[in-house]
Design a protein around this ligand. Structure first.
Ligand SMILES: [Mg+2]
Ligand SMILES: [Zn+2]
Length: 189
C-alpha cells in the first residue's frame, strides 16, 4: 500500500467500549478491559487497520486527575494490549470541560479532524465505535460510520436516542469483539 494512500481507520471510544466505565477513571488500576478487547484490537492490527482512541476526559478540566495520571492510565492500557501482541496507533483526548465550548469534545468533530491532519485517513470508509450517543453522533457529523456497543452504562439510553433522532447507525453490537467482526465484514463490501 502506498504511503500516502488513504486508509480506513477505526476510532474507538475508551470508557464503556474498551474498558468498564466506572465513572471518572483516575488511576491505572481502575482501567479494566472487557474480555475479548485485546484480541479484537490484535485482529485489526494484523489486518493493517489503524486503530485510534477518541476519548472525552473532562476529569482533567474538573481537576479529578492530572495529565500525568492520564499518561500512566494510557501506559497501563498499552501494556495490557502489548502483552497480547496488540497496539493502538494513537490516542486523542479532549481534556476540556463541557462548558468550555471546545471543538474537540465529542460529538464535536475536533479529534477526528486532528487525526485526519496527522494521518492519511479514508474517512468515508472509517468507523467510530462507542457506547454513547455522542460517539455515533460524532460518526454522523464527521462522515464516518457509527457502531454502538452495548457495554456502557448509557447504552440503553443511546439506543433510544438513536431511534428517536433517526440517526443512521450502521450497527449495534454486543461488544467490541462483535463490532470488529461486523466491521471487518462490512469493510469488504
Ligand atoms: Mg464511552
Ligand atoms: Zn476539547
Amino acid at each position: 500500500m502506498a504511503v500516502n494512500e488513504k486508509r480506513p481507520t477505526l476510532f474507538f471510544d475508551r470508557d464503556g467500549t474498551l474498558n468498564r466505565d466506572t465513572g471518572y477513571i483516575k488511576s491505572p488500576e481502575e482501567l479494566v478491559l472487557f474480555p475479548g478487547v485485546v484480541e479484537a484490537i490484535k485482529q485489526c492490527n494484523d489486518l493493517g487497520m489503524p486503530v485510534m482512541v477518541v476519548t472525552n476526559q473532562s476529569g482533567l478540566a474538573r481537576g479529578f486527575f492530572t495529565t500525568e495520571d492520564l499518561e500512566s492510565i494510557h501506559q497501563h492500557l498499552k501494556d495490557q494490549l502489548c502483552n497480547g501482541g496488540a497496539w493502538i496507533d494513537d490516542i486523542f483526548v479532549c481534556p476540556h470541560h463541557p462548558d468550555d465550548g471546545c471543538e474537540c469534545r465529542k460529538p464535536n468533530p475536533g479529534m477526528i479532524e486532528q487525526a485526519a491532519a496527522r494521518y492519511s485517513i479514508d474517512l468515508e470508509k472509517s468507523y467510530v465505535v462507542g457506547d454513547k450517543y455522542i460517539d455515533v453522533e460524532l460518526a454522523a457529523r464527521s462522515g464516518l460510520k457509527g457502531v454502538l456497543v452495548k457495554t456502557g452504562p448509557s447504552s440503553e439510553e443511546a439506543h433510544c436516542m438513536i431511534q428517536a433522532n433517526q440517526l443512521s447507525v450502521v450497527f449495534i453490537a454486543d461488544g467490541l469483539k462483535d463490532a470488529v467482526d461486523w466491521i471487518l465484514q462490512d469493510i469488504q463490501s
